[in-house]
Design a protein around this ligand. Sequence first.
Ligand SMILES: [Zn+2]
Length: 214
Amino acid sequence: MSSCPWCLEQIPFRWRKAPACPHCGRALQVSQDELVRPIDVRYPDVVLAVEAGLRRLLMPGLLVVLAGLLAAQFFAPLVVLVWLGHLVALRWLVVRDARRVLGKSRRFFTRWLVRLLFLTVGLTGYGLAATPMVGPIPGLATYLLLNWLVSRYVLWSLARERQRLPLALWEKAILGLLLVLVLVVFSCMGAGVYLVFWVWGKSAAFWHWLGFGG
Ligand SMILES: [Zn+2]
């Protein structure tokens, strides 16, 4: 620990084993070998910040996304912008404050869970959002689902971290499963692109055979 979790003042090296902060006098140790961590002090504030961030994602966030999805009906590549904007906004509003008070392994897990969710659920859902007419429905569903999954996970991680509990087995399993899903999604996308070019090549040859084209 380089600074006091209570008053945030720097603690000189010779004081780092001290039972109390030399600046504010508050305890630096929970027990003999456990120090007071920032999460012990800031947990209620961080939970409020995460909940406030989630509310901003719902309003005005939902309206912004709806506008983006409707615009994408006229210009499909805009769904990429919605996907990317959502990732940035979610990390900024919900994940950022929480990660500051999480331990090393939970910082790693929250970062990668968000990334992998956006590469699986996000790419699939926002990909469907490019569908003509009905696109905004899967688009909005994806937006709400990702917000819900990520904020639930972040709040759960904060509670577990505060109780000094280890990562659960299902967290590791889900991260592994998402990694496999990313590979599946990218293989499907690769196969899709290949199929389009294959059909396009075959039809070009077909038209050529009929006597059309050069
Ligand atoms: Zn202090």
